[in-house]
Design a protein around this ligand. Structure first.
Ligand code: SF4
Length: 303
């Protein structure tokens, strides 16, 4: 039977209650998913939420490594991802095997992993970081040389304020890496009074043009308190939906109109409904990997 959008949403809400489930959605998800989510946030914030909520089932609307992190932090819960092919190309740029080989070339160095990595890779590193705490995590280590994976742009951003030698893996987010300096200049010409906020996964020349460099979580918070009425946003364009919805009197312009992550957009209402109907697709992390990966995440949380 073909259902319209309202009927799908109604069925989702009904099943959510029946299954004792919550819906977590990343800031880059489609507006229709953000509208039905119990919580919207960044990857780590959502995983921590997964561990705190009472619900037994977590429907994680994001990409695979995020659902995996939720499964690591909430092993007693059933974590579902509505589309099993929603992966993160950046997280897939380094495998556990490649990480082990890399470490062999740099004996004695500590390894910092961005949270955008698979559980197997997290299990191989010393400590995780997010885009908002990466500098603090790096500075918390005594070593002067640090291996950083997988995002070379985030590594370069940390190097701006650190005296340590950061040795980057050659990975990047194709969405942020495709925002170029000329996109910022063009938008700045169109909106000369706007402030420019960009994500630290952007290229160094884009960071150079920004007024502020923020994680998505910081963008959401700052948008509520800034006195600026117009802001150019240099990150995945899905966040504009939430920024605009929460701050209707302000104007947010995407630095690049098609800065969209196709993986983030794989999840839609129909897939969320199927997920709850059929309890698919379960995201599980083998105990041995979970334990090691949890150590890396917890060392970060302790900072
Ligand atoms: S926006 Fe970039 S980092 Fe985020 S899921 Fe997509 S490819 Fe990965």
């Amino acid at each position: 039977m073909k259902m319209n959008k309202e009927e799908i949403v109604e069925k989702i809400l009904e099943l959510k209650q029946k299954r004792n489930a919550v819906i977590l959605a990343h800031n880059y998800q489609l507006g229709e998913i953000q509208d039905i989510a119990d919580y919207i946030g960044d990857s780590l914030g959502l995983s921590q939420k997964a561990a705190q909520v009472e619900a037994k089932v977590i429907v994680f609307c994001g990409v695979h490594f995020m659902a995996e992190t939720a499964a690591i932090l909430a092993p007693d819960k059933t974590v579902l991802i509505p589309d099993k092919n929603a992966g993160c190309p950046m997280a897939e740029m380094i495998t556990a095997e490649e990480m082990r080989e890399w470490k062999k070339n740099y004996p004695g160095r500590k390894v910092v992993c961005y949270v955008n990595t698979t559980a197997e890779v997290k299990a191989e590193c010393d400590i995780c970081c997010t885009s908002s705490n990466a500098s603090r995590v790096v500075e918390s280590l005594e070593e002067e040389e640090i291996l950083f994976a997988p995002d070379k742009n985030l590594a370069s951003f940390i190097s701006r304020t650190s005296k340590k030698r950061i040795i980057p893996w050659d990975g990047y987010c194709y969405v942020h890496n495709n925002i170029h300096a000329n996109h910022i200049t063009l938008k700045k010409n169109l909106h000369p009074d706007a402030e420019v906020w960009v994500h630290p996964e952007c290229r160094p020349e884009v960071i150079d043009l920004a007024d502020k460099v923020f994680s998505t979580g910081q963008m959401i918070k700052e948008a509520r308190i800034t006195e600026k009425n117009e802001i150019i946003i240099g990150t995945e364009a899905g966040i504009i939906y939430r920024l605009q919805k929460e701050n209707p009197s302000k104007k947010f312009y995407s630095a690049k109109d098609l800065a969209l992550c196709s993986n983030m957009k794989k999840i839609n209402l129909k897939k969320v409904l199927r997920s709850l109907e059929q309890m698919v697709h379960r995201v599980e992390v083998p105990a041995e990997i979970r334990e090691k990966a949890l150590g890396s995440i917890q060392r970060m949380i302790n900072i």
